[in-house]
Design a protein around this ligand. Structure first.
Ligand code: PLP
Length: 370
């Protein structure tokens, strides 16, 4: 029987064990822990990779959004449109600056629908913050057109979008700010928490720098309120190395997605995500998230065969969290997200998968419906 984990955590380290050990020794013997040259070098490399003016290492993807919103004075009385098909962190960042998250439904590709978001605009709406989910970038022409029509700021939760492109431009570089997460299971994970915030605006970059380091300027003087949201220099050194080999990872993820796509497209019980050759989109497959009829029994059947799957966000879109004042019975105007969450399932998608593993997953899925 195969034993195919949903994600293989030790494999992140094992794959480049000698290189990571050497980096650890080098950084630690220099005593270079906070805001040191490894971080600066990683930021330069990341900005180059994304083709954005500024990329700043921060504590994690949630903090990246929090300080991004703060740097734009989003606060009490403001509304920010977000997807409900996202991690709680997207809505939480809006809530934590005192503003109100307003949920938009998904479209055909399971990403935030700009057409639906248009119906949610009120005089209080200040910004729209789509999630660049599962390694796919939203149609940013549609999002930008909506923002232009209503004078809204565009921000991006691109925690899952490193290297995803729309019309050749990278996720996280369209908005006034975009974010990344380096949580271990993300596209380019580090060995703990980590994140980045990107912007093409020099003034915004200065504010973000102050926000991440206690409001201190380059001379160490406190000139504004801030917090502590720094990316550890050691993690930055590991990430600089990972970024150097990242194109390989993207190619492999797209190859696996192509295998799933070829097997599942056209199946009458399966609704796969967009495949790797999808027009203006270049998807990097942080996850392979599909919808499937009879999802729960499919999932159990896969588990019986040693294949681990996950229902994203524990199976709960943000508008179903009743302890936060929402709830499936209370918020009933997101029908496509509801439909999706009754069927969604993520198949294994990571760098430790062999072709045999992927074929075993495919056989098990198709076998379930025979
Ligand atoms: C992981 C994730 C975050 C949060 O990132 P952290 O680094 O864990 O704080 C936010 N949004 C999305 C869509 C994510 O997947």
């Amino acid at each position: 029987m195969p034993d195919i984990p949903f994600f293989n955590y030790p494999a992140i380290y094992k794959r480049y064990e000698a290189e990571f050990d050497a980096i650890f020794k080098d950084v630690c013997s220099r005593g270079a822990y906070i805001l040191q040259r490894d971080l600066e070098e990683f930021e330069t490399d990341l900005a180059g990779f994304l083709d954005v003016k500024h990329a700043l290492g921060v504590a994690d993807g949630t903090n990246a959004m929090f300080i991004g919103l703060k740097a734009h004075d989003i606060g009490p009385g403001d509304e920010v449109i977000v997807a409900s098909h996202t991690y709680i962190a997207t809505a939480a960042a809006v809530h934590l600056v005192g503003a109100t998250p307003v949920f938009a439904d998904i479209g055909e590709d399971y990403m935030m629908s700009a057409a639906d978001a248009a119906k949610r605009v009120t005089p209080k709406t200040k910004a729209i913050m789509p999630t660049q989910l599962n390694g796919r970038c939203c149609n940013m022409d549609d999002i930008q057109a909506l923002a232009d029509a209503h004078d809204l700021l565009v921000f991006e939760d691109s925690a899952q979008g490193l290297g995803a492109r729309f019309k050749g431009q990278c996720a996280g570089t369209f908005g006034r700010f975009g974010t990344l997460s380096f949580y271990p299971a993300k596209l380019m994970g580090c060995f703990g928490d980590g994140g980045a915030v990107m912007t093409n605006d020099d003034e915004v970059a200065e504010k973000l720098k102050l926000w991440r380091d206690h409001g201190r300027n380059d001379n160490g003087e406190v000139v504004a309120w801030g917090t502590n949201s720094r990316l550890d220099n050691l993690q930055a050194a590991f990430l600089k190395f990972r970024l150097g080999t990242y194109e390989e990872d993207v190619a492999r993820r797209r190859q696996i997605a192509g295998m799933y796509e070829a097997a599942f497209r056209g199946h009458d019980k399966l609704y796969p995500p967009q495949g790797p050759s999808d027009g203006d989109h270049f998807d990097v497959y942080q996850n392979y998230e599909m919808a499937a009829e009879d999802r729960d029994r499919l999932r159990a059947a896969l588990a019986d065969q040693g294949i681990r799957t996950i229902i994203q966000w524990g199976g709960t879109p943000v508008h179903w969290f009743d302890k936060l004042g929402y709830g499936r019975d209370k918020v009933t105007d997101l029908p496509k997200t509801d439909w999706f969450f009754d069927r969604c399932l993520m198949l294994p998608m990571h760098m430790a998968l062999t072709d045999d593993d992927v074929n075993a997953v495919i056989d098990a899925v198709l076998g379930h419906y025979k």
